[in-house]
Write a protein that binds this ligand. Structure first.
Ligand SMILES: [Fe+2]
Ligand SMILES: [Fe+2]
Length: 150
């Protein structure tokens, strides 16, 4: 039963990473203006990291004799990360990123717990490693938000 929860969370995390890649990529292209440059650059770096997370999660699923989901299984959830009407509205993107990172942090915390309960130290280790990346992303974008709110 616990192993089902591990699989469910691995698949959810995989889908979320793919949706994050799509929305970070779109926002990094759509945003414009002098003040957007730093955020765009940061998004471009994070896209590669999030894609790397998806790859690691997909490979872990394979090791567990499962398959990562593909687009027909996909359900979009990141409403606040849709690109803003105003392409210079950097704060809207920053807030969307923070929502996505908070959501990811919650998922990886759940995965750590499920892997601990299910005695799966390999998945646990992976979840802890990715969790620390997501916390670093959150810290970076909290810094951006502080700048934009002043
Ligand atoms: Fe990620
Ligand atoms: Fe992230």
């Amino acid at each position: 039963m616990t192993n089902e929860e591990i699989t469910r969370l691995l698949k959810k995390a995989y889908s979320d990473e793919i949706e994050t890649v799509m929305n970070y990529l779109t926002n990094s292209i759509v945003l414009e203006g002098v003040s957007a440059e730093e955020v765009k650059e940061s998004l471009e770096t994070d896209i590669q990291e999030e894609l790397g997370h998806a790859e690691q999660l997909g490979n872990r699923l394979k090791q567990l004799d499962e398959r990562p989901p593909a687009s027909y299984d996909f359900e979009a959830r990141q409403e606040s990360l849709q690109p803003p009407e105003d392409s210079t509205d950097v704060l809207s993107v920053i807030n969307g990123v923070l929502d996505a990172e908070e959501d990811a942090i919650e998922t990886y915390r759940d995965l750590v717990d499920a892997a601990t309960d299910g005695d799966d130290p390999v998945t646990e280790d992976l979840a802890v490693t990715i969790l620390s990346d997501e916390e670093a992303h959150r810290t970076e974008f909290r810094g951006f938000r502080r700048e934009y709110q002043d």
